[in-house]
Write a protein that binds this ligand. Sequence first.
Ligand code: FES
Length: 117
Amino acid sequence: MTGTAFRALAKASQFSEGAMIAVAGGHGADVLLARVEGEWFAVSNLCSHLRAELHRGTLSGHRLACPLHGGAFDIRNGAPIAGPVCRPIETYPVRLRGDAVEVAVPEQAAQQPGFEW
Ligand code: FES
């Protein structure tokens, strides 16, 4: 079995507490990277409901709310915590190497473009 390679996607020094950004995770994957309570999280940036871009939503503690219909996820595990979403979003391993925030996004995470509105 081959592991998924970590790739540097952002600089830790550019993040303040509670910040989130959209980054290209490789393989065409759209990744949301966030820092909450000193921890780093990487999840799919596309809502599991109608694929709105989640970085346009809000992050309150570990609650990531979608901007389109108000669905929400727990950013720690991608679990849906408020409707209309009922399916989780993918989560990806994150590690720090110096100032680099590295994320391991598997090839099968490649996604279709987000919903335009
Ligand atoms: S697209 Fe996210 S809740 Fe509908």
